[in-house]
Structure formats: structure tokens, C-alpha cells
Design a protein around this ligand. Structure first.
Ligand SMILES: C[S@@+](CC[C@H](N)C(=O)[O-])C[C@H]1O[C@@H](n2cnc3c(N)ncnc32)[C@H](O)[C@@H]1O
Length: 228
């Protein structure tokens, strides 16, 4: 019998995210190992914060980071969606998506919603899309994209997710684009990471100060139209 995603929430409560990745067929360890080897060849003395930059034109792609830190755990992704809620046609954009685990969680909860994940590293995009396709996630897609590219325009969405995706100046730019794309629209913003949260607190009152955000242990949720 073909493996489906109906049990993903149950698995997230009973297994580690790493075990789930293996069960559903992700090859994350090997891909990250290859990326690390390639980065070490270019810059043998670099540390964690330098390896991704060395391999990817100065972009902070977090090469060498343990996947438990690189990717948000499935249990936490379920918790995020429990808080923000998913409507039939909700459109979710993941800014710096890595392998797109969020797309799998969306599929298991609300397959008619839409997930679009932007990610700089093509190897991660390719692997994420392979798994999304394997589970027939027709409304979920990863795209290779530099979020800091001049040509990139932020699409409109109902829910944005940003987890400390890269360099501080890049995140700042992305948050400004999210603000622009959200003008006159109802949006929710899920944030992981202290730097991004403090940037929002200090520079984005449109989403941080009008309605009450919610702060969980590892992430925060903001909205420009309702208390969370
Ligand atoms: C910490 S991971 C988060 C992954 C995913 N959102 C999650 O929570 O599981 C951040 C991702 O952003 C990507 N990234 C870094 N700089 C980027 C850029 N300029 N454009 C697009 N993605 C970028 C990294 O390669 C990395 O995969």
C-alpha cells in the first residue's frame, strides 16, 4: 500500500522529525553532506557561518548546520498551523524554505490550500519537490530563488513564514517586501528566530503593534487584522 500523509500529525507526535524524513524517503543527510564537502573544498577553514557564504556567493545558506536546526520540526509546523488556521484556499509562502517540510504539513491538513516555498539552494529545492510530488501535493511547490535578487517581487499571500533565512540585510529587505505586498490585505506572519522577531518589533509596527501577537517558545505569530 502506498504511504500517505494522513498519519503525519500522529508521526510528529511519536517520532523525531529525522525519523519522519527517513520514513517518507527524504535524502537530506546525504545532500547536506555533499553540500558541506563542496563548501569545505572552497573554504577549508570556514566555520558554520562561513561555509554557506563561501559556496553560495556570500548568501547565508547555513551549510554544515545540523538538519534539526536547519529545518523546523514537523511537530512545531503543526502547532503553527493550529494557531494561524488554514482555510480552503489559504496561500502560504515560505521564505527560505529548505526542503519544504511545511508543504507536507499543509497537504496533510488542507490539501486545497496553496504552498509556495522559495529557496536559494537548488539541491534542496529539487529534493523537496521530489517528495512533494511523491505525495501528490499538487498545490505545493518549491522554487529556486534568491530572495534578495533585484528582480524578485514578493507575491501576495495569506500567511508568510520566515525562519531567519539568511543575512540580516536580506531579512530586512524581505520584511519590507512583505509589508508592501500586505498593503490592504489580511495577512498573518509566522516568525522563527530572535533577529527577525526583534526587527519586526522595532521596525514593523503595522504587524507587531496594532493587534496582539502570540509568542510561543520557538516562534511568534503576528497579524495585521486580528489578535492571535
Ligand atoms: C533556517 S532555514 C529554514 C527552512 C524552513 N523555512 C524551515 O523552517 O524548515 C533557512 C533557509 O533559507 C535559505 N536562504 C538563505 N538565503 C536565501 C536567499 N537569499 N534566498 C532564498 N533562500 C535563502 C537557506 O538556504 C535555508 O535553506
Amino acid at each position: 500500500m502506498e504511504l500517505g500523509l494522513e498519519k503525519l500529525r500522529y508521526w510528529s507526535e511519536t517520532m523525531s522529525s529525522r525519523e519522519i524524513d527517513v520514513l517518507i524517503g527524504f535524502d537530506i543527510r546525504q545532500i547536506e553532506r555533499n553540500l558541506l564537502d563542496a563548501a569545505l573544498k572552497i573554504s577549508p577553514d570556514a566555520n558554520i557561518s562561513g561555509l554557506g557564504r563561501a559556496l553560495h556567493d556570500g548568501n547565508q545558506t547555513w551549510i554544515g548546520l545540523d538538519e534539526r536546526t536547519l529545518c523546523t520540526g514537523y511537530d512545531e509546523l503543526f502547532k503553527m498551523f493550529d494557531i494561524v488556521g488554514l482555510e480552503n484556499e489559504s496561500c502560504i509562502i515560505d521564505l527560505g524554505a529548505a526542503y519544504g517540510r511545511m508543504g507536507l504539513v499543509m497537504q496533510s491538513l488542507q490539501p486545497s490550500a496553496h504552498y509556495l516555498g522559495y529557496e536559494y539552494v537548488p539541491e534542496r529545492v529539487e529534493e523537496g519537490n521530489r517528495i512533494l510530488k511523491q505525495f501528490h501535493c499538487d498545490n505545493a511547490l518549491l522554487v529556486t530563488q534568491d530572495l534578495f535578487a533585484d528582480s524578485f517581487q514578493m507575491p501576495e499571500a495569506d500567511i508568510y513564514f520566515i525562519y531567519e533565512y539568511g543575512r540580516i540585510d536580506h531579512i530586512k529587505h524581505t520584511l519590507e517586501q512583505v509589508q508592501e505586498a500586505s498593503f490592504g490585505r489580511k495577512v498573518k506572519l509566522i516568525v522563527r528566530g530572535d533577529s527577525t522577531n526583534s526587527m519586526i518589533y522595532y521596525h514593523h509596527p503595522w504587524i507587531a503593534s496594532v493587534y496582539k501577537p502570540r509568542h510561543e517558545e520557538n516562534f511568534s505569530v503576528y497579524s495585521n487584522y486580528c489578535n492571535i
